[in-house]
Ligand binder design. Structure first.
Ligand code: DX5
Ligand code: ZN
Length: 226
């Protein structure tokens, strides 16, 4: 993975057909996805349950771009090796997942992945102040994590603070939750470069009507580019 701040769209396969992940991943990549966002939930840190390392490893065979794994689990450290083995390129842990996020980020990098750190809506930007030299990405949540299709929460002031704090470090800012053609320009103007979108990408499409995924992603890019 090389670093740049160009706009990247990372469709969340939480909104895909769960019986057809291989074809869904190929469809979004064919239609222009930059990264593939994989939401891992444990039914404990968040009130929903998705997939674990064997499923993520199976997704890997279909991903030719970047496999971006968002862990909504606690604890994290015991599973880092399993997600490295599963083939994650970026592994993101929540600052709230505890107990030692700095150690967690170091451990993610130590096994060859990029390390992301996520902030829930209720957590201030300052929680990452002392993590920016051990992180490759800050994920600012614009919904409380757990489900797709929730209403966007305006975290633009937080995104702008994180952007200032990052300075010239090579650290991405990702935004996740309620991103669509209306909200994407706001978060990009505030400093985000990686946009996760589930419902706004998959809405109205299917593997047999994948051009809709492409149209949905182009609508987000067009809105951002004005
Ligand atoms: C929420 C997940 C998101 C979710 C986004 O907990 O982290 O990635 O899939 O879904 P939308 O884009 O529908 O809000
Ligand atoms: Zn996510």
């Amino acid at each position: 993975m090389t670093f740049d701040r160009s706009l990247k769209i990372a469709p969340s396969i939480l909104s895909a057909d769960f019986a057809d992940f291989g074809r869904e991943i190929r469809a979004i990549e064919d239609q222009g996805a930059d990264w593939v966002h994989v939401d891992v939930m444990d039914g404990h840190f968040v009130p929903n349950l998705t997939f674990g390392p064997p499923a993520v490893k199976a997704f890997r065979k279909h991903v030719t771009t970047v496999m971006d794994v968002h862990l909504m689990i606690s604890p994290v450290d015991a599973y880092i090796d399993a997600y490295a083995e599963a083939g994650a390129d970026m592994l993101t842990a929540h600052v709230e997942a505890g107990p030692h996020i700095h150690r967690t980020l170091q451990a993610i990098r130590a096994v060859g992945m990029k390390a992301g750190v996520a902030l829930n809506p209720g957590t201030p930007a300052e929680a990452v102040t002392d993590l920016l030299d051990v992180a490759d990405m800050v994920l600012v949540m614009t919904v409380n994590p757990g489900f797709g299709g929730q209403k966007f929460l305006d975290m633009t002031a937080k995104i702008a603070r994180v952007r200032d704090m990052i300075g010239d470090r090579e650290v991405h800012i990702q935004v996740d939750g309620g991103v669509d053609p209306t909200t994407a320009p706001l978060v990009v103007a505030a400093g985000a470069d990686v946009l996760v979108a589930g419902s706004a990408v998959f809405r109205g499409g299917s593997v047999d009507a994948a051009h809709v995924y492409g149209e949905n992603m182009r609508a987000i890019r067009a809105a951002v580019q004005g």
